[in-house]
Design a protein around this ligand. Structure first.
Ligand SMILES: [Zn+2]
Length: 413
């Protein structure tokens, strides 16, 4: 027996007025999703706990069976790992943006005009030359990833994730001084290093030929690096160690890739997979069917519905859900459902009306040879609530799937 878990990022939603109080999922045309609900067992799920809005990282950890509240220490390390960098135990990684500031350090553009990769690469190379003066035994690696995005990895003995962000999170505000969030020497030192780097990076960037050229062309200069989300890689057992299964992940979002890699999963690349609404849905479906030959458990992640919700765009969200439905149609047609379980769910609710992650439960449906199918006929936030799984927590999902695969251990005699 094998299993596929499809996580549609932020697909669950709240009723939307302009959709006549339906959710985008309820309003979408979705033959495959409904087929899965109709033949499978349905329910709703609190990714972390009722009413708690999860991040995509903590939710995915929970859906893989980990206690997210215990093992999670910040997003930066997952982003770095998901971008193909190595983060060792003890190292602290941060997410970074190339951004534009005024002379008095007010943030004018948090993405430096979505700077091209070529420009960002040249700038990043110069920044790597900075020598840390405050901490003798510490070093750093700074690497640009996509457009304005970058990661910073701090290497050394006495580092902490208990530091604030230098990124104010919006334009019109001053770049923040990084502060220690507890009284430890490690937090003090880490904050000092980050403030030193922030200043040194700014000095190099504002004089850099790439930025002088950008100004001449009328483009915003990338004259500051904003830091946020300091995190360490949690030391967790892999899914192979826990359940004895070979696992892989198909997804483009670096955060999810980082979480999955930390859980010991193999990452499978798909051409044209962008982590955006224009992603290669069919390519992902084909890769999933193919991966099932080599792996016991395949996680297929689609980022697009979350993006549509953050943009508060219900029509785009409906379109994206309909693309996902076609993707699922291909999987249903090409997978042997007498030997494969397929679960479809979301990692959290992202509400069109607020544009944010919310703590509402998400729908879930599982099909496979021995599920106890129920009376639910349609895949939706409200319909699935009447299903046979009732209301579960995110951390329950993996044991439920692994039980079908015969991979959970008996408790007691
Ligand atoms: Zn998410």
């Amino acid at each position: 027996m094998k299993a596929i878990l499809v996580i549609c990022d932020g697909m669950a939603d709240r009723p939307v007025k302009e959709l006549k109080w339906k959710t985008p999922l309820e309003a979408a045309h979705k033959l495959s999703l409904n087929k899965i609900a109709k033949t499978g067992v349905c329910g709703i799920m609190d990714p972390i706990a009722p009413g708690i809005p999860p991040g995509s990282d903590t939710a995915t950890l929970a859906l893989l069976g980990y206690d997210a509240l215990k093992v999670y220490s910040g997003r930066g390390a997952f982003e770095a790992v998901g971008s193909g960098l190595e983060v060792l135990p003890g190292e602290v990684a941060l997410r970074c943006n190339f951004a534009t500031v005024s002379e008095d350090m007010i943030v004018l553009d948090r993405r430096a005009g979505r700077i091209r990769n070529e420009d960002a690469s040249k700038l990043a190379e110069s920044l790597q030359k900075v020598k840390l003066e405050k901490a003798e035994n510490a070093s750093f690696l700074f690497k640009n990833t996509l457009q304005h995005r970058a990661v910073l990895i701090l290497r050394g003995e006495k580092l902490s994730t208990a530091v604030s962000d230098s990124d104010p999170g919006k334009t019109g505000e001053r770049v923040r001084t990084v502060k220690a969030l507890d009284s430890s020497l490690e937090a003090q030192l880490t904050a000092e290093i980050l403030n030193e780097l922030s200043k040194a990076f700014h000095e190099i960037l504002k004089e850099h030929p790439v930025n002088k050229e950008r100004i001449e062309k009328g483009l915003p200069p990338a004259n500051i690096i904003l830091f946020r989300g300091a995190g360490k890689i949690p030391q967790i057992p892999t899914l192979q160690q826990i359940y004895g299964v070979k696992t892989s992940c198909i997804g483009a979002a670096s955060l999810i890739r980082g979480v999955c890699k930390t859980a010991g999963m193999s990452l499978i690349d798909v051409e044209g997979a962008t982590g955006m609404p224009d992603t290669n849905y069919m390519g992902k479906a084909q890769a999933t069917v193919k991966a099932l030959k080599d792996y016991d458990f395949v996680l297929l992640h689609v980022k697009a519905p979350d993006i549509a919700s953050h943009d508060k765009n219900p029509q785009l969200k409906i379109q994206v859900i309909e693309k996902i439905d076609e993707m699922l149609g291909y999987i249903l047609d090409n997978v042997d459902l007498t030997t494969t379980y397929l679960a479809v769910t979301a990692d959290h609710t992202t509400a069109i009306v607020t544009g944010n992650h919310e703590g509402d439960p998400v729908p879930i449906a599982i099909i496979g040879p021995y599920v106890r199918s129920d009376d639910v006929e349609e895949f939706g936030e409200r319909t699935c609530a009447k299903g046979g799984l009732n209301r579960i927590k995110g951390v329950d999902l993996m044991p439920i799937l692994m039980n079908f695969l015969g991979k959970t251990k008996k408790v007691g005699a």
